[in-house]
Ligand binder design. Structure first.
Ligand SMILES: C[S@@+](CC[C@H](N)C(=O)[O-])C[C@H]1O[C@@H](n2cnc3c(N)ncnc32)[C@H](O)[C@@H]1O
Length: 379
């Protein structure tokens, strides 16, 4: 028995986008994802029957059901200007697939999500051309780069959102949060790391996922895990922990004594500075990427840090108090909460697979804001 508004999720990942739409009364009837661990996570949370754990190109057109909404955008191939404006370019195959699904399911509305640079890519120009005089000519498009923090997510994650509609132009959702709202105003302040990850054990007991396997799509996979199962710590070398101990909230590798840094960084006083960065309790996180568990990939050190009372006299470097500082990267669980997944979301896969699923997802709060905006057009 169908109760919600029927939708299709293409390139569904672990279901971040679906999660937000389901919360607003939509019901997925088909999801396509070729990464089998991600598809299994999706299935664990939203049901296995409607999941195709395979290549979108292999789904026969005759098996695409009618739906009122399609969400999901093909991953961008790149941002060079070479050739991509041509739909026949083999690199555009995923867009051809997307258009095939829209043509077959005939949704009233579709929503494309992509990285912030998407709006300056040749693929985006191609999408505009299709809406102007091609396969999408019935649809009116609106688009913008939205910051997830403006929709109640404790993360400054910017994404290009395109809404295509053949039932009237749909404006972008208006923000509900802002960095520094005026008193008495309608907008709430950005949510922060403190709001979503404070109170969790700072020194998780385990370094591994629990031993457990479950079968999805006839294959045995690690899982199902949830909550504290994915709150495990890494085991950095003592040398790395010493480096982290010098990084204050908002700081990065430039706060670490040069002699403690690997050569490649020690010789680069400028350039990327949030390498080995530390988040701030009272601000949203930076974008959670698929390798958030590597401190060299961004500002992923836990926000808890206070300077030691005793410092080396005349030293330009400030070390944290070991008792009041947490010298580790955020855990998978913390990353999932920053990505706005509920604390009981279920996960399938290895540590690396789960991290990829988390980092690739659309945060629930952003998805919900879009869903709320679209829903009245499908009433
Ligand atoms: C950015 S992620 C999607 C995240 C998802 N919307 C969410 O909110 O969790 C893009 C996904 O497309 C999948 N993908 C890429 N090429 C595919 C193909 N040919 N067929 C099916 N899935 C594909 C990738 O494995 C990846 O999980």
């Amino acid at each position: 028995m169908m109760s919600g508004i029927p939708m299709i999720d293409l390139f569904a990942g672990c279901g971040g986008m679906t999660q937000g739409f389901v919360a607003e009364g939509f019901e997925p009837i088909l999801a396509v994802e070729w990464d089998r661990a991600a598809a299994a996570t999706y299935a664990a949370n939203h049901g296995e029957e409607h999941v195709v754990a395979g290549d979108i190109a292999q789904v026969p057109t005759a098996e695409i059901p009618p739906a009122r909404l399609i969400v999901g955008g093909p991953p961008c191939q790149g941002f060079s200007n070479l050739g991509l404006k041509d739909l026949n370019d083999p690199r555009n195959q995923l867009w051809r697939e997307y258009l095939r699904f829209v043509g077959a399911a005939r949704p009233e509305v579709f929503v494309v999500e992509n990285v912030d640079r998407f709006s300056t890519s040749p693929e985006f120009q191609m999408l505009l051309a299709e809406a102007d005089h091609g396969a999408l000519r019935e649809y009116e498009l609106t688009w913008a780069v939205l910051n997830s923090a403006d929709y109640g997510v404790a993360q400054r994650r910017k994404r290009t959102i395109v809404i295509g509609s053949r039932v009237g132009r749909i404006a972008m959702p208006t923000p509900t949060h802002m960095k520094s709202p005026s008193t008495g105003g309608e907008l709430l302040p950005w949510r922060t790391l403190r709001d979503v990850i404070s109170g969790l054990p700072t020194n998780p007991a385990s370094t591994e996922l629990p031993e457990s396997t479950t079968s999805f799509f006839g294959e045995s996979m690690p899982g199902v895990f949830k909550g504290m199962d994915i709150h495990f710590r890494r085991q950095p070398l003592e040398k790395s922990r010493t480096r982290y101990s010098f990084v204050p909230p908002g700081g990065g590798r430039l706060n670490v004594p040069t002699e403690l840094l690997p050569d490649c960084w020690a010789k680069k006083p400028s350039g990327t500075v949030d390498v080995m960065g530390r988040g701030r309790w009272d601000a949203p996180s930076v974008t959670i990427r698929t390798e958030f568990f590597k401190p060299e990939k961004g500002q992923y050190l836990h926000p808890q840090w206070e300077p030691a009372k005793m410092q080396q006299p005349d030293s330009p470097w400030v070390q944290g108090d070991p008792e009041r500082s947490v010298n580790r990267v955020i855990t998978h669980y913390e990353a999932s909460l920053i990505q706005d997944f509920p604390d009981d979301y279920q996960w399938v896969g290895t540590k690396i697979q789960i991290a990829r699923q988390i980092g690739n997802a659309v945060p629930g709060g952003l998805a919900r804001a879009i869903a709320r905006q679209v829903k009245p057009y499908l009433a």
